[in-house]
Design a protein around this ligand. Structure first.
Ligand SMILES: Cc1cc2nc3c(=O)[nH]c(=O)nc-3n(C[C@H](O)[C@H](O)[C@H](O)COP(=O)(O)O)c2cc1C
Length: 289
């Protein structure tokens, strides 16, 4: 096994050695989700084609009340005109929130500018639909689903929603009332202050959408997609004068159960808080509002 590279010698210096920082699951995930240390197919193998159809471009609606979101109003469009250099320089994770509710204009502009479907494409060869959005996504597959948990937004009832990026609309998620209440009560920034973010964006991944094409690397690609989405959220929120913060850990189990989402089909992989920045009425870019 040593000769074949299947095992490595126990080198006595384990505490200082190159393996000291690896947890078992990280090491397994790393070696198995890239090429080089195994013999399995890696990449676009389309192994499910001909056996089962690809998951649809847009997740099927669950029949809840639909709220069409505003796009970019003149005021929001003006905020989005902020120069890229200023957005990059002033982008920060903000964890303290003004008590005023966010407006539907702000939430609509944020989702429109960062996450809507800009264009759909038909891949005839593989008989499936793809899309282009403001954030990059491996293979244009876009498996990430955004579930805004709304605590305070003028013009929108508090509760849980699912974002439809094609219609630019929110669909109310019925969810499990007691668990939803528990989820809405969670404030990842409680140490910084008692005012919770106006909205938490819970992000799930329809794993089958990516795994239908990619083999060995699907979960890794999904996490890379998530990084692109996070950064696009950060940039958009900064331009709009909102307070953004990525959150690294989440209770994926509670989130899935509360929103009625099966973690095996659509695991929750990310969380992002969004609120009204303190100290300025709306515009963190320093523009007079
Ligand atoms: C993947 C990721 C996970 C993060 N998780 C958390 C978190 O759980 N809680 C938090 O307050 N900030 C979190 N942050 C924000 C970082 O702490 C922040 O980006 C870092 O301190 C640098 O500050 P800046 O974003 O203002 O430049 C996270 C950021 C990223 C990209």
């Amino acid at each position: 096994m040593l000769r074949l590279g299947m095992a490595e010698a126990d080198t006595q210096d384990q505490d200082d050695g190159p393996m000291a920082f690896w947890e078992f699951h990280d090491l397994l995930f790393h070696t198995r989700s890239l090429g080089g240390r195994h013999v399995y197919p890696v990449g676009a193998s389309y192994r499910f084609q001909g056996q089962r159809p690809s998951l649809p471009l847009i997740k099927q609606a669950c029949g809840g009340e639909v709220v069409t979101l505003p796009r970019l109003s003149a005021e929001m469009a003006a905020r989005m005109e902020a120069p890229l250099s200023r957005v990059l320089e002033s982008r920060r994770s903000l964890r303290e929130f003004d008590p005023r509710p966010m407006t539907l204009q702000e939430l609509g502009a944020f989702l429109y500018a960062s996450a809507r479907v800009q264009k759909t494409m038909r891949d005839n060869r593989h008989e499936e639909d793809l899309s282009l959005r403001p954030h990059a996504g491996g293979g244009a597959r876009h498996p990430l689903e955004i579930y805004p948990l709304v605590r305070a937004c003028q013009g929108l009832e508090a509760g849980a929603y699912h974002y439809d990026p094609l219609r630019h609309a929110l669909e109310r998620v019925p969810g499990e009332p007691a668990l939803l209440k528990e989820l809405l009560a969670q404030n990842p920034h409680i140490v910084e202050g008692p005012q919770p973010p106006q909205v938490s964006l819970c992000i799930a991944a329809r794993i089958g959408r990516t795994a239908w094409k990619y083999q060995s690397i699907a979960y890794k690609v999904i996490n890379q997609d998530l990084g692109c989405l996070y950064q696009t959220f950060y940039m958009t929120a900064t331009a709009l004068g909102l307070a953004p913060c990525a959150i690294g850990s989440l209770d994926a189990s509670l989130t899935g159960e509360a929103l009625g989402v099966d973690w095996r089909r659509e695991p929750f992989v990310g969380l992002f808080t969004l609120g009204c920045a303190t100290g300025q009425p709306a515009d963190a870019m320093g523009n007079a509002t």
